[in-house]
Design a protein around this ligand. Sequence first.
Ligand code: 48H
Length: 262
Amino acid sequence: MAIFHPVAEKDVTRAIVRSFLRQFEEYTESDVIIVGGGPSGLMAGRGLAQQGIKVLIVERNNYLGGGFWIGGYFMNKLTIRAPAQEVLDELGVPHEKAGEGLYVADAPHACSRLIASACDEGVKFLSLTILEDVILREDNRMAGIVVNWSPITHLPKEIAALDPVPLEAKIVIDATGHDASVVKKLEQRGLIKTKGEGALWIEGSEDAVVERTGEVYPGLIVTGMAVATVHGLPRMGPTFGAMLLSGKRAAENAIQIMQKEE
Ligand code: 48H
């Protein structure tokens, strides 16, 4: 007696393709597209979806979490400075006090809870998808992004000369971390100038990153480490509170802009 219900192989394929295409078609137009599925992008997506906003996260890797997943330094622990441990509490992530105002948690636990929370709120994802360009209309306002499957970037030019795919949104959030990839597309066209991130200084970095989170170009908000890259702020190294609070603030900013433009 078999354990599983009989299902044909073709029906497995059909189930995947139909479900993917239905969602892909629906999300060719989103309220907000977030480029980058690291801690700041996930927090921004979660905050927006909590308010019923249609939000898509585009991530070039085949996993979500960016530098939050393993902490990015070969040790599966992450630190958070007060008051950002409140986000860990909201997510139900256990943490230990490591000193006054300093908390330590298991990175895979924190990251998986954050991903799950974004999914629970209704965020949708396009993985293995890389930002190729932005859409700018006649008023030069950001109107969406242009993407391609990331493996294509590893193919030789003669095979990879494939046209990318445009996706529309009212607001785009650059959550691509140190690269600030979306902002760099505007910089290439002389529309904005990035300063490049500064040297490591935790005290000087985290408040500034949260405070400078916001719109840097009409329709484009910057969050997380990309804020440091754009505004020339110090980096904070292996501590993540600013990423969480910056993502939260990016969601609030996006909502304010959309309400103003309605
Ligand atoms: C699609 C892309 C593209 C692209 C990048 O690096 P992240 O974790 O970014 P943040 O800002 O949420 O968090 C930064 C944090 O992890 C960190 O590095 C810290 C705190 N550093 C401090 C220091 O001093 O070094 O995630 C960015 C995500 C990644 O998953 C990328 O794969 C993705 O964005 N991404 N996705 N198209 N062009 N570029």
